[in-house]
Design a protein around this ligand. Structure first.
Ligand code: DAK
Length: 263
């Protein structure tokens, strides 16, 4: 994985963790065309790198994770351009959905519209106490369409999805936790350490078990119960002969920490 030190999406590596930073702090990290192109590339590259076990997405600057799509790039579009933009949107959000490694969103400040959709596409969301969430799309004459409507109805059910998306109301980190949109809230200056501690804990676990657990939950959750159980059993069967499963049991018997190889 190449480290990227300039541009709208930065990528750095610490230990086995790839830190992907939305880097347009003057625009509150709004998603412009450059972010739409670079974010999926960064995620796919980190996902393909065997030295990386966990990815964290965060926003640069003190005020925002991401304030949504770049409204200054919104224009009246003709049909071919609309189709092209729509393909690009599918592309950038698909990269998050297809990522096999654990994806953590470390959220501070504004987390709005497309920014909230990025966060919701991650596996675990850690929010700073100052985080503010909303789906402002309907006020702009559009709808959340980077997975927002579909993810929120699946995560929270119809009633909350309709309330949040029709009104576009702003809500804070504690309410987001009560709703179940984020699972952890920490003090603002504890966000980075909390995300790092979580990332390192996941990086120390058997990678295939995490990958298959993601698949069982994400894919299985879209299936009926019986089909989901079959998927779960198939995935477990693949894990039974992995070196890491044998290593976990061996380390337990020898009363030592396990060393996982990812095989
Ligand atoms: N786009 C562009 N610039 C933005 C921005 C945004 N979303 N949000 C903030 N900025 C810029 C501001 O313009 C300002 O820049 P300057 O004017 O100084 O050059 C700078 O960031 C600081 O913002 P403010 O001066 O406004 O700061 P305030 O504290 O007063 O207000 C705010 C902060 C977050 C409440 C406010 O900036 C705001 O309401 N921002 C807009 C939030 C929003 O509505 N976001 C868009 C949601 S819709 C699609 C794919 C995805 C989507 C759509 C289409 N396709 C592929 C077709 C997703 C849609 C959305 O996300």
């Amino acid at each position: 994985m190449l480290e990227v030190t300039e541009g709208a999406v930065l990528v750095t590596r610490r230990d086995a963790v790839a830190w992907i930073t939305l880097n347009r702090p003057d625009a509150l990290n709004a998603i412009n065309i450059e972010i739409q192109a670079r974010l999926p590339a960064a995620i796919r590259e980190a996902d393909a790198d065997p030295a990386i076990r966990v990815l964290v997405i965060q926003g640069a600057g003190p005020r925002s994770f991401c304030a949504g799509a770049d409204i200054k790039e919104f224009t009246a579009v003709d049909e071919p351009l609309a189709r092209r933009q729509s393909r690009m949107r599918d592309h950038w959000i698909d990269a998050l959905d297809q990522c096999q490694k654990p994806l953590i969103a470390a959220i501070h400040g504004f987390c709005l519209g497309g920014g909230l959709e990025i966060a919701l596409a991650c596996d675990i969301r850690v929010a700073a106490g100052d985080a503010q969430f909303a789906f402002p799309e309907t006020g702009l004459g559009i709808i959340p369409a980077a997975g927002g409507t579909q993810r929120v109805v699946r995560m929270l059910g119809w009633a909350q999805a309709l309330d949040l998306i029709l009104t576009g109301r702003r809500f804070g980190a504690e309410e987001a936790k009560v709703l179940g949109l984020v699972t952890r809230v920490v003090a603002p200056d504890a966000l980075q350490p909390a995300a790092e501690e979580l990332a390192l804990a996941l990086a120390g676990k058997p990678p295939l078990a995490l990958q298959f657990a993601k698949e069982a939950i994400r894919k299985g959750g879209e299936l009926d119960y019986a089909a989901g159980r079959r998927l779960e059993t198939d995935l477990l069967t693949h894990l039974l002969n992995t070196s890491d499963r044998l290593e976990a049991a061996q380390a337990f018997r020898e009363k030592r920490p396990p060393r996982f190889s990812g095989r």
